[in-house]
Design a protein around this ligand. Structure first.
Ligand code: ARG
Length: 457
């Protein structure tokens, strides 16, 4: 049943209908559309459009429909209704007859779809927040288990200074915590109900929109009807949040792909999240991580797509806005799946400590230590930097680590060097000295773990 046949004398072209209809994807708003409809029916009682007896009948039928939809959401796709709003109305009329035709009084699909989508976003935020916390928990557990796993830290993908695997894990905890706070922040702004704004100018029935908003679990009702039906900022904000978080996940994936490579060999991924090659029997490919990295692209694409769709749109509702859903649904599904997959990857990861430590010892990761040592002996830092650079050239030529050079060899570069230099060149000393807030020293890492755990409680 089309909702708007009255002024038309010709049927819609099938090709147009297919192009125009949104049920194929907006069926996912069924629960929200029904819940919104129940609230609207209650509002209609307050303005005398429905008697409470009629409202109860509608509510009963809508709740029955809700059960059906929850049991089998995909059954909706059998219908050739234009969109989820016409589908729900059609089903309701099927259940209660002509009474169902009263429900749309004073309401437009424009405030309806805006409300449905906001309700849907609120539900999704809960799921994503949970997944963000679970991934942080998985990272903290991995950190706890690997506090003494020393490995090289990189800048420019060159070994720079030693870190621990735990410290690496906790860096991602920070990123995900920010992602979580971005979601909370977006929720504050989206938690405002557009229902009762009608098509664009407001509803002609004297409805208490604040009460209606609170029935639906919104913090308040929106202020301006034109804005309410045309605002999709929440879609942009969620897509931005998803894009930023996916960038974090792609970096997490890339780090681990490298750590897992034959060249690094710092970790071994579980068989549960890797796959084999059809040709090369020796291969074990980090597909889960590569897909996380790869899926980042489509999420950024959805954000860009939606920004372009909204750019220059005149007020208020335009059908262009129907394009908001597929990208949003896909982006949030993808984000959620990647968060779950990242946690699964951590679940079976094996850190190869001796290989990590060996790599940390190579690459002159303790060069900064030697410079700091010289500074402590009164050499200005710039000069110390130069001296260490020269020392390294010689060490490379001899194929030795700094701590493998004899005191005699070291003293050629500076007479400020004495035998106590060997203590500070050890990996442990490199770590222990990074004691200021946020550093890699054991106490700091320990504290970061404790603080993260407190946040999860
Ligand atoms: N399917 C539409 C959408 O997703 C619902 C709103 C339709 N409103 C209208 N005036 N045609 O945006």
């Amino acid at each position: 049943m089309a909702l708007w046949g009255g002024r038309f004398s010709q049927e819609a072209d099938q090709q147009f209908k297919q192009f125009n209809d949104s049920l194929r994807f907006d069926y996912r708003l069924a629960e929200q559309d029904i819940v919104g409809s129940v609230a609207w029916s209650k509002a209609l009682v307050t303005v005398g459009v429905l008697t409470s007896g009629e409202q109860q009948k509608l509510e009963l039928a809508l709740n029955e429909l809700l059960d059906e939809v929850r049991t089998n959401p995909k059954a909706i796709l059998q219908s050739d209704a234009e969109d989820i709003h016409s589908w729900v109305e059609g089903q309701l009329i099927g259940k209660v007859g002509d009474l169902g035709k009263k429900l749309h009084t004073g309401r437009s699909r424009n405030d309806q779809v805006a409300t449905d989508l906001k309700l849907w976003c609120k539900d999704q935020i809960v799921h994503i927040q949970k997944a963000l916390v679970e991934l942080q928990q998985a990272l903290v557990i991995t950190a706890e288990n690997n506090q003494d796993a020393v490995m090289p830290g990189y800048t420019h993908l060159q070994r720079a200074q030693p870190i621990t695997f735990a410290h690496w894990c906790l860096a991602y905890v920070e990123m995900l915590a920010r992602d979580e706070s971005r979601l909370q922040d977006a929720l504050k702004r989206l938690n405002v109900s557009p229902l009762g704004c009608g098509a664009l100018a407001g509803t002609a029935y004297d409805i208490d929109r604040e009460q209606l908003a609170s029935w639906l679990g919104f913090a308040s009702a929106t202020n301006n009807s034109l804005d309410s039906v045309s605002d999709r900022d929440h879609v942009l904000e969620l897509l931005s949040g998803a894009s930023i978080s996916m960038i974090h996940l792609s970096r997490f994936a890339e780090d681990l792909i490298f750590f897992n490579s034959g060249e690094a060999g710092f970790v071994e991924l579980s068989d549960r999240v890797t796959s084999g090659s059809s040709l090369m029997p020796q291969k074990k490919n980090p597909d889960a991580l590569e897909l996380i990295r790869g899926k980042c692209g489509r999420v950024q694409g959805s954000l860009t797509g939606m920004m372009m769709t909204l750019k220059g749109l005149p007020l208020a509702y335009n059908k262009d806005m129907q394009e908001d859903k597929e990208g949003l649904f896909d982006a949030l599904d993808t984000w959620l799946a990647c968060l779950h997959m990242a946690a699964l990857v951590l679940d079976g990861i094996q850190v190869k400590r001796s290989r990590c430590e060996e790599a940390a010892k190579q690459g002159y990761a303790n060069a900064t230590e030697l410079a700091d040592y010289l500074v402590a002996k009164g050499v200005p830092f710039r000069e110390a930097h130069h001296i260490v650079g020269e020392t390294i050239v010689v060490a490379i030529a001899k194929g030795k680590a700094l701590e493998e050079l004899s005191l005699f060899e070291l003293q050629k570069f500076s007479d400020a060097i004495s035998v106590d230099v060997y203590d500070i060149l050890s990996l442990q000393s490199c770590l222990d000295k990074r004691l200021a807030k946020g550093g890699v020293a054991h106490e700091q890492v320990q504290q970061a773990i404790v603080q993260a755990k407190q946040r999860f409680r």
